[in-house]
Design a protein around this ligand. Sequence first.
Ligand SMILES: *Cc1c(COP(=O)(O)O)cnc(C)c1O
Length: 401
Amino acid sequence: MSHPVTDLIHHAYVPPEGFVAPQPGVFKASTVIFPSVAAMREREWKDKSAYTYGLHGTPTSYQLEERLCTLEGGLQCLLVPSGLAALSLVALSLLRSGDEVLLPDNVYGPNKALVEGELMHWGITHQYYDPLDPQDLEAQISSRTKLVWLEAAGSVTLEFPDLVALLRICRQRKVLTALDNTWGAGLAFKPFDLVADEVPALGVDISAHALTKYPSGGGDVLMGSVTTRDPALHLRLKLTHMRLGLGVGMNDVEAILRSLPSMALRYRAHDEATRALALWADSQPEFVQVLHPSLPGSPGHAHWKALCVHTFGGAAGMFSVVLDARFGRDQTDAFCDALKLFKLGYSWGGPISLVVPYELASMRQIWPAYIEKGTLVRFAIGLEAAQDLQLDLEQALRVLR
Ligand SMILES: *Cc1c(COP(=O)(O)O)cnc(C)c1O
């Protein structure tokens, strides 16, 4: 008979098989145990045919990866510890010294920090293109261009680009495309099937997604994914993923698995409340411009309509306003501080509405001609009742009046 301490580790009890419940279980591991040396020697981590080590996945992460493929229309998926890690994985895997990456000028800010603060030191250069001018992208592609980032809608200013036109240019010039698909989330449009009836379908090569936002929906989990359709491209990304050791915690994966079934409903609720509030904001004299793809006057509205309306018409849960230039920074800050339901904080996709003032001049190469002069404030609409949020905005506007 073994010592009890050994029995506590190597216990004889095995629970019965066949347990089935609504949610998949949480399988956590650094070590994965092999049945034999032969199995250990033959370990296969490149696909999901077996298990080798916690960094390469467990049944829990495999299930989330497969569900994300279904969501976005991809065939392979990698999980990483944050949305930003998804962006950096793509860059580190695909770019080498001497290469150039092109980004839209309205790209997610930390992606600019990545190319300016890290990639530059490794001899990888970058250029910014006007997201609303496909010819500008075309003119900037050179033999050194190895990757083009796309974002729809753009960060903070929410311009909607002509994704189809941008992708056609990249396909013609044989440049890989990566979309930051956090806003569309696989619901507003299908990134791999933008023009599905073409062979092969016109779509992106890579979709990077901050699961931190809508898939989590709680404002409490950080995670990202990189989804592809091409096995060779996936393997390149997977090798880099393995070498960099970008593991995710299985309790976090479980939290996302739990939120995923309600995501489409939440996305629609965020979308409806956001549209109602954006429309109301459009009639307020203090706001000289309201940026939201569903508003006919918003930059790129026609592109949004062409791409998203025939799917389900989603436009996510954010809009931005430009405050009349007569209001200075102090007044904008006072307006944001006066909000009660809207909290000051980054990120979005959770139940709580959030507000952030932005200084566009410091974020862009040039102030876009289609954006009025003034201070920008971005609202991320949570799941509160829209009329309560409107009342909150009305009382905060009184600070300006
Ligand atoms: C939030 C966000 C990210 C980064 O996600 P984190 O998990 O916060 O690192 C990337 N892209 C976009 C468009 C985002 O909104």
